[in-house]
Write a protein that binds this ligand. Structure first.
Ligand code: NCD
Length: 318
């Protein structure tokens, strides 16, 4: 098997072959999820705990569904941001949960690096469901699966990632993944929302949508992450939509068969026009949600196999 990790903390640690292995398995789970009987026993007997220290709709729901479809016992902890005053709080919580013998911990946290820190303190598999502005590996993997199924390949494509790149872990994980798979990545947005070091990431940077979208295969829009902004990054939402919001006129610069993506949640009329988001000929936004469940099933399945193998080696029964 070509997936050799104890945790899934970021795309950074994955080899292209491991990405392919995970996506191939996810394709099988897409088929399973389309059947009436959606059950598998891959995680039977294992306990999965979801700890979300930040709001989430689709990521948490899909991790929960993924675990249940694989036969795990799934528990959702409601973590309030207010209980999170110190780093110790996170570690203490992790140690408490660890004492309950979970097998998989799914963690979302507002601080970059927090999930990795936590993974060092527990003896189960940890999956990063988004840490600050750092990484959101399962989102990049579900985006990759969506692109691969729609475009028939995941290399030599031209992909524009547009909008609030500076505050986006989705953008970061996607830039790393798409670069590893040898695609051409462009970042398009106002200079205030493009990180200053972006030019060193092997991407092209544009501050004009018409130029940035010219002949691309994929247009990936990002949410304007107002909760992470501590100053005035844009003049007004109206002005932002006018210059950077995706509408039919701007999309016309992309290839005729270009697909439109958005990780959700969307701000309609801010970064994307509602009619484009709902256009079933261009938008794959709902398909991204469907791929999200399959990718999370594949990720947890692979980590559970490694966990069982490691325990077997240590002589621990599972
Ligand atoms: C993203 C996130 O939380 O990073 N959402 C998601 O997981 N689908 C993007 C966002 O919040 O804009």
């Amino acid at each position: 098997m070509t997936f050799r990790h104890r945790h899934l903390l970021g795309i950074e640690q994955l080899h292209p072959e491991e990405i392919r292995t995970l996506l191939d398995l996810a394709d099988q789970y897409v088929d399973l999820n389309r059947r009436e009987m959606k059950h598998s026993e891959a995680l039977a007997g294992l306990t999965q705990i979801n700890m979300f220290f930040e709001a989430s709709t689709r990521t948490q729901a899909s991790f929960e569904l993924a675990g249940k479809r694989l036969g795990a016992d799934v528990m959702n902890m409601a973590m309030q941001a207010s209980s999170l005053k110190k780093g110790e709080t996170l570690i203490d919580t992790a140690l408490t949960l660890n004492a309950m013998h979970p097998d998989l911990l799914v963690v979302r946290h507002p601080h970059s690096g927090a999930v990795s820190l936590l993974s060092e303190k527990v003896n189960c598999a940890v999956l990063n469901a988004g840490d600050g502005r750092h990484e959101h590996p399962t989102q990049a993997l579900l985006d990759a699966l969506t692109i691969r199924r729609r475009k028939g390949r995941l290399h030599r494509l031209s992909i524009a990632i547009c909008g609030d790149v500076a505050h986006s872990r989705v953008a970061r994980s996607n830039i790393i993944l798409l670069g590893k798979m040898e695609n051409r990545v462009r970042l398009v947005g106002p200079p205030t929302l493009i990180p200053s070091g972006a030019a060193d990431w092997g991407v092209e940077v544009f501050d004009d949508m018409a130029e940035g979208l010219k002949d691309v295969d994929v247009v990936m829009m990002l949410r304007l992450q107002k909760e992470r902004m501590d100053g005035a990054f844009i003049p007004s939402e109206r002005e932002y939509f006018h210059r950077f919001g995706l509408d039919a006129e701007k999309l016309a610069h992309a290839k005729d068969d270009a697909i439109v993506m958005h990780p959700g949640p969307m701000n309609r009329g801010v970064e994307i026009d509602g009619t484009i988001a709902d256009d079933i000929n261009r938008s794959v936004i709902q398909e991204q949600v469907e791929m999200g469940v399959a990718v999370r099933m594949a990720a947890m399945d692979l980590l559970a196999r490694n966990l069982k193998a490691a325990r077997a080696e240590q002589g621990v029964m599972v």
